[in-house]
Write a protein that binds this ligand. Structure first.
Ligand code: ADP
Ligand code: ADP
Length: 229
């Protein structure tokens, strides 16, 4: 089972990298933000509860998040491995993941931090559009879709997230970056952390992630450099 954790601040580019990495590794992406947005859209009790926190730019409490995540991890398509985008986001979640994998005799194979300075994160989120069907991200300047308002990957409509408004973006930075630091420390001390420069182009970041994964044997060395096509 290959479990790869993509780490980074909100807006770092995790959701941009995850779909192509998923194709290269042949394992699905699990993005807790997308799971929460689906629960909000479906109006489930968990969605109603999560929405209060999401609208305020806060992390959803660990108990709810871990429950949602473990339910997803238990589905059959996750058996060969998963790329985690946006989970774990606290030290408690990182430990819960270690325990859940430990029960299966598995561990996190690699945690890759996409490192981007804060002023750039704000620029990225304020121009972000995501698709209704799967949350595939675009940027009106840095990564526009080929047809305005339409997802290149699945043809669904693009929209701007309510929590990408400037006020909420600033709250998310204030509320979430401290916890991210703890998660980075968790993987640094486990010896599984690699850091890539997230200020590079989307294709260059993909190549750097592949190189980090090849270095720990998650990808064969020969697929390095092929990410950019
Ligand atoms: P971004 O891609 O900008 O980092 P996400 O789509 O991953 O944002 O998450 C949107 C919101 O969903 C977060 O601001 C938070 O409220 C909630 N959320 C997502 N993942 C988690 C998590 N692992 N723990 C707590 N809250 C989460
Ligand atoms: P995250 O999932 O980490 O919150 P996203 O993948 O949604 O971040 O990216 C945030 C925004 O930045 C999106 O609008 C995306 O199109 C854009 N973006 C992602 N990677 C890059 C990059 N390397 N250079 C410029 N813009 C990027």
């Amino acid at each position: 089972m290959n479990v790869v954790v993509l780490l980074g601040a909100p807006g770092a580019g995790k959701g941009t990298q995850a779909p192509s990495l998923s194709e290269r590794l042949g394992i699905p992406v699990v993005a807790t933000g997308d799971l929460f947005r689906a629960a909000v859209r479906d109006g489930t009790p968990l969605g109603v509860e999560a929405k209060r926190y999401m609208d305020a730019g806060q992390l959803v409490p660990d108990e709810i998040t871990v429950r949602l995540f473990l339910e997803r991890l238990g589905r059959p398509d996750a058996a060969a491995g998963v790329i985690l985008d946006g989970f774990p986001r606290t030290a408690v979640q990182a430990t819960a993941l270690d325990v859940a994998l430990g029960e299966r005799g598995e561990r996190v194979a690699a945690a890759v931090l996409v490192d981007v300075p804060q002023d750039e994160l704000i620029r990225r989120m304020s121009g972000r559009w995501i698709c209704r069907a799967a949350g595939h991200p675009y940027h009106e300047v840095f990564s526009p879709p080929s047809t305005a308002g339409v997802c290149d990957l699945d043809g669904s409509e693009l929209y701007q997230r309510a929590d990408d408004q400037p006020d909420t973006v600033r709250k998310r930075m204030d509320q979430q970056l401290g916890a991210l630091g703890e998660v980075i420390e968790h993987y640094r001390s486990a010896g599984t952390l690699s850091t890539v420069d997230g200020l590079q182009s989307i294709d260059e970041v993909a190549v750097a992630i592949d190189a980090a994964l090849a270095a720990v044997g998650v990808l064969p060395a020969m697929s390095m450099g092929q990410a950019a096509g």
